[in-house]
Design a protein around this ligand. Sequence first.
Ligand SMILES: Cc1cc2nc3c(=O)[nH]c(=O)nc-3n(C[C@H](O)[C@H](O)[C@H](O)COP(=O)(O)OP(=O)(O)OC[C@H]3O[C@@H](n4cnc5c(N)ncnc54)[C@H](O)[C@@H]3O)c2cc1C
Length: 484
Amino acid sequence: MKTEPKPKILRELEEIAGSNYILHDPDELLAYECDGLTHHRSLPDFVVFPETTHQVSRLVELARRYRMPFTARGSGTGLSGGATAARGGMIIETSRMKRILEVDAEARAAVVQPGVINMEISRRVADAGFFYAPDPSSQIACTIGGNIAENSGGPHCLKYGTTVNHVLALSVVLGDGEVMELGGAAADPPGYDLCGIFVGSEGTFGIATEIRLRLVRTSPATRTLLAAYAHVQQATETVSDIVAAGIVPVALEMMDQAIIKAVEDSHYRAGYPRDAGAVLLIELDGLDAGLKVREEQIRALCQANGCAEIRVARDPAERAALWAGRKGAFGACGRLSPNMYLSDTVVPRNRLPEVLSRVYEISKSHNIRVANVFHAGDGNLHPILLYDEKDPHETRRMLAACADIIEACLAVGGTLSGEHGIGLDKRDYMDRQFSEEDLRAMTKVKRAFDPEGLCNPDKVLPRRAGCGEAGRWDPKRLPEGAWV
Ligand SMILES: Cc1cc2nc3c(=O)[nH]c(=O)nc-3n(C[C@H](O)[C@H](O)[C@H](O)COP(=O)(O)OP(=O)(O)OC[C@H]3O[C@@H](n4cnc5c(N)ncnc54)[C@H](O)[C@@H]3O)c2cc1C
């Protein structure tokens, strides 16, 4: 039987990354057609697994020669369609770049490759008395590269800040294959803060291939409180009161009745009171003596808002169980419906009670079930909308509910996204928050990093902001001799 000759582009990809590290069979590519946001789907033409910065740079140079779009991908847990190859082309997957290259306890820093899983860093440095602070609930699966792209947050970012506050320096491969060093070992290097602007650029400026991260000293003492309420409103009022009193817990998270039930019915069971309408998970850290005073203040605010029960974790195992429930909440909801859409918006914290009430009204008016678990201390709402994508009417109602939730948040001075990014999902809402001038300025910044627009195209900027919609990349329409 005559075998087809390999396309030249494939031979070149194999020459760079090795023939075992390329996928191009449509069946294998299926696993890469979307990220955690499953209603945006688009197959890449190739998935390549490089191991070094040099290989990434050569892959990007090749993409440029063939005018092929490319998209970096970590673990694909993103929730805004960021790692989806919107125009096809090449996915550059970082799972082989998973080494922790250096831990410098004296400088309180670690140097890692982008495919390192978030949780691995804290595990590695725990014995030396450190941890890596940004802790997305997906931290057992998501990569540092993905965290950098999305400027990820997590429960403990209320006190410690999000990813951008913990990245000291980056090696990045830009849209033309050039390798650039951003930031530096010392804090606040002079000149423009290019490291800061790269963090949160959603993979549209280039690919991070080496990252110097800040490590944080583990606190001498921690207190984890669970406060249970009959009504959601009482819990949200408590959050507003804690913030207004100037108390900054390490974490201040809220779960409503639907989440409590889902968690308690799942293997993440945490011992949350099943009959509660809402619970707050409140964590404090610092010196033991100081914690007592703050705990008393918080107890008083909880009680003033009609708290039914306050429990303090008695030991590390109980604390871990309380957090496992919170971090497993999204997974626990998987049993409630065939599909879920996890919304992500931010509102001023004093507007939380009214906006959350509005979220319940919206879900009721569209006849879509909703469960709420969120970073209450940051005002970062995460309504989980439950639906079945096989039912087109229900899917339409779910999308209409999402749109109304976004409008309700913007109406009180909120923002489009707290941590999941804009990606494909919200780019057409960008002009609801930003002016024409703002969007033009963002487009210019994107072009400075990626003049040819091949790096993760069609993300973040709305369709009409000038970055163009070139349609799908077609490997059959390559320069002479490229495909055969
Ligand atoms: C159950 C669950 C809970 C979650 N909880 C949180 C949470 O608490 N907080 C939070 O912020 N997010 C959360 N997320 C969202 C998601 O986990 C984060 O956005 C995470 O940072 C994505 O990492 P990833 O490795 O999966 O990236 P991917 O999904 O693979 O990619 C995300 C984006 O990063 C880009 N990218 C990936 N690697 C690189 C690189 N090396 N250089 C440049 N760009 C790159 C991609 O192009 C894409 O745009 C949650 C998701 C799930 C499923």
